[in-house]
Design a protein around this ligand. Structure first.
Ligand code: AMP
Length: 352
């Protein structure tokens, strides 16, 4: 593809903080962004040139939006796929295949197995009656997760014993029951794949979650991650190659005594890569824009031996003066009006 000319418009499906940071990186490269999102208070729209506030299923609005865009990307993996068929072919990067795989936990795990990766042992639980057999086969403890639409720990239930499974109502969309993984730590592989198939990796952080929400990413990751990185990267690259992926993609792993266990993939820029804004030569956001715009990819090297990123989650996040009193803290606030519990309000990165 010929590189997008400066001044071209990049469409962004989704209006959250990831879209906001994509739009900021795009602006640095001379592009405009047009955000499409169903929520009126979309923080990406605050920093974009144009905003279409419409429902995902509004095909007319999508087609109209596409007329303004030289390329369209997404910052949210649960964008419904069917309406995207209304978009002109080739406009969407990454494409719809990555969405289809990542939107369904069962499909995602099977896809990973086909590529030689190892998810946690799992059983499909489509109906109430399937759960007892799933628990029997996989054992406890385990985690019951909705097949679709779960994120930040939503739609997940820990089952400590078979008794916990009694009386559980399985939602209509179905669930998957996973064995609980005993891990030494969690880490993510963050990569960018260009239009020509070139793949580059950032360093992998150790990620810490609180109640299913990422709270902290830290480099360097412990030695156990280093020992498992080659295998994890090889799998992530196979995922990207097989999907013909263009842009930034993240694959989350558990580092276990048996090697890297696949947790989930995100076909988009990722919270565990926010440290790359100040901590890497070229950030995940800029390289995502470069990839979808057909520009050469930038260097992904880390700029310091030690880099930490802390999420600001919920109301206590708003001790702004406290955060700013650390002169080395790069403070990012997403401009969200309401600080609800569990809501990502911003993050802080410290380099070196
Ligand atoms: P997920 O949204 O599936 O990535 O889950 C959020 C977080 O919950 C993960 O990053 C883990 O910290 C924890 N978790 C999810 N599934 C499992 C599992 N099968 N075993 C252990 N911890 C899990």
């Amino acid at each position: 593809m010929t590189p997008l000319a400066p001044g071209s418009t990049i469409g962004v499906l989704g209006g959250g903080q990831l879209g906001r940071m994509i739009a900021m990186a795009a602006a640095q490269l001379g592009y405009r962004c047009h955000v499409f999102a169903p929520e009126r208070d979309s923080v990406a729209a605050d920093v974009a040139a144009a905003f279409t506030c419409a429902q995902w299923h509004d095909r007319e609005a999508l087609v109209e939006f596409a007329r303004d865009c030289a390329v369209i990307t997404y910052e949210f993996e649960n964008v419904p796929v069917a309406p995207l068929a209304a978009l002109p072919e080739g406009l969407l990067a990454p494409g719809t295949r990555a969405l289809e795989v990542a939107q369904d936990r069962v499909r995602e795990k099977r896809f990973i197995e086909e590529l030689g990766g190892r998810p946690a042992p799992f059983a499909v639980v489509d109906h109430d009656g399937d759960l007892a057999a799933a628990v029997e086969r996989i054992g406890t403890p385990g985690v019951l997760k909705t097949r679709r639409d779960g994120y930040d720990g939503k739609g997940q239930w820990l089952l400590r014993s078979a008794a916990d499974a009694q009386g559980v109502r399985i939602p209509e969309q179905g669930c998957v029951y996973e064995g609980f993984v005993t891990f030494e730590c969690e880490f993510s592989v963050i990569l960018v794949r260009g239009r020509d198939g070139e793949v580059r990796f950032w360093d992998s952080p150790r990620n810490t979650h609180e109640r299913g929400i990422l709270s902290h990413s830290e480099l360097p990751a412990p030695a156990v991650v280093g020992a498992q990185l080659a295998e994890a990267r090889a799998l992530a690259a196979r995922v990207a190659d097989t999907l013909g992926y263009v842009g930034v993609m993240t694959v989350e792993f558990f580092a276990t005594a048996q090697g890297p266990v696949f947790n989930e993939m995100a076909p988009r820029v990722h919270n565990s890569g926010h440290w790359t804004i100040e901590g890497a030569t070229i950030s995940q956001f800029e390289n995502h824009v470069r990839a979808i715009a057909g520009l050469p990819l930038g260097d992904t090297a880390s700029l310091a031996d030690r880099i930490v990123m802390d999420n600001l989650v919920g109301a206590p996040a708003m001790d702004l003066a406290g955060h700013l009193s650390d002169p080395r803290a790069h403070v990012h606030l997403y401009g969200k009006a309401e600080a609800r519990e569990g809501r990502k309000m911003g993050h802080i990165t410290r380099v070196g």
